[in-house]
Design a protein around this ligand. Structure first.
Ligand code: AFD
Ligand code: MN
Ligand code: MN
Length: 392
């Protein structure tokens, strides 16, 4: 085995990426949705689909759960999830509270000017922490859509204080091995200010909440041409990076399949993670995508394979040589050292790794020839009734 093949195999042995339950169900945009007859129609379907992706790729043993969507009865639904975990061999991953769908969250959840609404939202967060405890889930992953649409309509200052109070309160409820991941997003659905709009706000909020709070980087949550790997280095250095929601974007938070627009950026993010092995160990890799045009399962298998490939490319960077070239400011040689790994074809090494694990060399082809999609389409077609595209 060549040195590069060794490095690829080592990297893939410790690589895992979490699947989002919401990535298997029919979703859409505000301009309506295109119903896929084979899309998941229940939490059991989601577990079955996640198990299929994990069987084909070998690196996705956990699935992120969205509390309101996947446990409508809250804690009472935990036994249902536990049964499905056993039946499909997929463990619950991160727990995602829902701070954006209830009508009373119109002017915010944890940042709402109405103390009663803030109390409801905090209770939902505490319930989500209890659900996480009962499912042995380490991460409670918080995304708030809170914000405002017009200048002067809300007090940015007061909303910071209200939010900090709630996060401090929630942090005291965390189990000793649990983490609270604070996700940031510059805009959408709020279009004037978003209460957790960038990595600095998320870092300050996490730090104020307590030592078990970390920052979650969603790769789609940045302005055009922002240098995400530079943010990642800062968060690693501050020992406060908790994980990623991986997707790709062309314009905004487009939730496209990872690497479909800018694979070099994802490679650079993974490179900075490989430069910090201790930080890497603490970093959860999660997918956060919704595939409106591509088939749900094909897109998910494509995403996992692409993430493996870019992670493997970043693993073969000659980091010692790169450091020497950087320190000597030999800039073209340094750039070529990085690019050399990016352009190296790691697919043969990945195929060899998959063979050694008894996995299909081409998981996408294996999915297509398995008959799984045809089967679930026949089973689920009736439930996925065709809804006309309606404008919000
Ligand atoms: C949306 C939000 C955010 C969140 C995800 C799951 O933009 O990324 O993490 O939904 O709730 O994509
Ligand atoms: Mn996200
Ligand atoms: Mn998003």
């Amino acid at each position: 085995m060549s040195q590069k093949e060794e490095l690829v195999a080592q990297a893939l042995d410790s690589f895992a990426i979490e699947l989002p339950s919401w990535g298997f169900a029919n979703t859409g945009t505000r301009f309506g949705k295109y119903v896929q007859p084979e899309a998941a129609t229940s939490i059991e379907d989601k577990f079955a689909d996640a198990a299929q992706v994990h069987t084909l790729t070998g690196v996705s043993p956990t699935m992120a759960i969205h509390v309101l969507w996947d446990l409508p009865a809250g804690l009472a639904d935990v036994p249902v999830i536990q049964k499905l975990e056993k039946k499909y061999g997929i463990r619950t991953g991160s727990i995602n509270p829902n701070f954006f769908e209830r009508q009373e969250y119109k002017f915010g959840s944890l940042c709402n000017p109405d103390a009663g609404v803030r109390k409801t939202a905090l209770q939902h967060l505490l319930d989500s922490i209890e659900i996480a405890k009962s499912l042995n889930s380490r991460d409670i992953s918080l995304w708030l859509s809170d914000g405002s649409n017009y200048p002067g309509t809300q007090s940015i200052r007061k909303r910071i204080d209200w939010l900090m109070d709630s996060l401090v309160a929630a942090h005291t409820h965390l189990g000793s091995s649990q983490r609270m991941l604070v996700e940031y997003k510059p805009f959408e659905p709020a279009f004037y200010h978003t209460d957790i709009a960038d990595w600095g706000m998320a870092l300050l909020l996490a730090r104020h909440a307590g030592p078990q709070a970390h920052v979650l980087v969603d790769t789609g949550h940045h302005y055009q041409s922002q240098n995400i790997e530079q943010i990642v280095v800062w968060l690693l250095r501050e020992k406060i990076l908790g994980g990623f929601h991986f997707n790709d974007r062309r314009y905004a938070d487009d939730d496209l399949t990872i690497g479909s627009m800018d694979p070099y950026q994802v490679f650079r993010i993974f490179h900075e993670l490989h430069c910090d092995p201790e930080g890497l160990k603490q970093t959860a890799f999660m997918i956060d995508q919704s595939h409106n045009l591509k088939g749900k399962l094909e897109a998910m298998v494509q995403t996992v394979s692409t993430a493996q490939e870019l992670y493997a490319k970043a693993a073969i960077v000659d980091r010692d040589r790169l450091a020497e070239l950087q320190d000597a400011a030999l800039i073209v040689e340094a750039e070529e050292c990085l690019r050399e790994a990016f352009w190296y074809d790691v697919r043969p090494a990945i195929n060899a790794w998959r063979r050694s694990k008894g996995l299909p060399e081409d998981p996408l082809a294996a999915l297509r020839s398995s008959g799984y999609i045809e089967r679930i389409r026949a089973e689920r077609k009736a439930q996925n009734t065709n809804s006309t595209v309606s404008y919000a």
